[in-house]
Design a protein around this ligand. Structure first.
Ligand code: TYM
Length: 329
């Protein structure tokens, strides 16, 4: 039997090329080797305020993007988190086995809390929901970007704790491992290379969304910050902005950073940026074409309904196992 992988993306905006490079591109490659389960994690998105209409649209849109990108619903399960009640139910069991101190140490919590006027309890307990997403499917691997490493570590700690407390010598839950990409595990903002590229950034010039029209992509890449050194060179300390563009280039072209550096030697940034813009447009154009068709057609609803049925079956069995071990069912 194939091992399982699980991953999710929040519909808190349209995915960026950061999400694509850091995680989603890998989803497609991994679906042949593993039994893959990909989730639109809409319950995670509401840990910060969302416009309900936009959230609903973004949820559908993300499911369409998964398929448009190349996730094949005949091979992989694609579903929406709120269609599977076991996620919220498991999150409660998990919260009761995590410490507030552990949750307060999560950097994603600290970063997001710093941006909120009032912090929801859900923002703090968010990792419990994420731990549940993963353990409910006995996932052996979780393809994610670098910013989720801490959450994966927490999941691993939780599994050890749960098995120790309730397993009576047996491993009730599977301990997962993260899978991280070679290049672009942390794609940075095009306007500030000290900050992560984020789909919810107020400055739309800081990210490229998978649904940006070609003209916008070209404009955003041309106006990406660089430096006054004027040489395409990979040096994260001294040339962080150019190094970030190089990582994007390497990931989208599947070439090595060294070969790209060599190609643009002595040419300044103009040609490099033009080619990167072209490469990005070429990457997203076919995705956008398939996306438009899916959004206009009737197949999408059937695909996520079918995905939820399959996901429900797996998740409810694990939930029952957890509840029974804890003596509450
Ligand atoms: P989210 O929605 O913020 O991001 C989705 C995926 O994209 C990766 N990512 C990036 N990779 C490289 N550079 C960036 N700038 C960048 N920004 C985001 C993220 O690492 C992620 O893999 N908590 C998760 C969603 C989640 C999840 C899960 C993931 C909920 N439950 C279970 C895996 C398994 C999140 O906020 O992703």
């Amino acid at each position: 039997m194939k091992q399982r992988i699980f991953s999710g993306v929040q519909p808190s905006g349209t995915p960026t090329i950061g999400n694509y490079i850091g995680a989603m591109k890998g989803f497609v490659d991994l679906q042949d080797k593993y039994e893959a389960i990909y989730c639109v994690v809409n319950q995670h998105a509401i840990t910060v305020p969302q416009n309900p209409k936009e959230l609903k649209h973004n949820t559908k849109s993300l499911a369409a993007l998964y398929i448009a990108m190349g996730i094949d619903p005949d091979k992989s399960i694609i579903f929406v988190q709120s269609d599977v009640p076991a996620h919220a139910q498991a999150a409660w069991l998990i919260q009761c086995n995590l410490g507030i101190g552990e949750l307060e140490r999560m950097t994603q919590y600290k970063d997001k809390a710093a941006k909120q006027e009032s912090i929801s309890a859900g923002l703090l307990t968010y990792p419990a929901l994420m731990v549940g997403d993963i353990v409910l499917y006995d996932a052996a691997y979780v393809p994610v970007g670098d910013d989720q490493k801490q959450h994966i570590e927490l999941t691993r700690d939780f599994v050890d704790r749960f098995n120790y407390r309730f397993g009576q010598g047996k491993d009730l839950l599977v301990k997962p491992e993260g899978i991280y990409p070679k290049n672009g595990t942390r794609v940075m903002s095009l306007q500030d290379p000290t900050r992560k590229m984020s789909k919810s950034d107020d400055n739309v010039r800081s990210f490229i969304s998978l649904l940006d029209p070609p003209k916008t992509i070209i404009k955003k890449i041309k106006s990406a910050v660089t430096d006054s050194i004027g040489e395409v060179h990979y040096d994260v300390e001294k040339q962080s902005a150019v190094s970030n563009l190089l990582e994007i280039y390497a990931s989208l072209s599947q070439r090595s950073i060294d070969s790209i550096v060599e190609e643009y030697q002595g040419q300044g940034y103009g040609a490099f940026k033009n080619d990167l813009a072209e490469l990005t447009v070429e990457t997203v154009a076919p995705i956008q074409e398939r996306y438009e068709k899916l959004m206009a057609g009737n197949d999408l609803q059937d695909i996520v309904t079918d995905g939820a049925t399959k996901a429900n079956k797996i998740a409810s069995e694990t939930l029952a196992r957890m509840e029974s071990a804890m003596g509450i069912h």
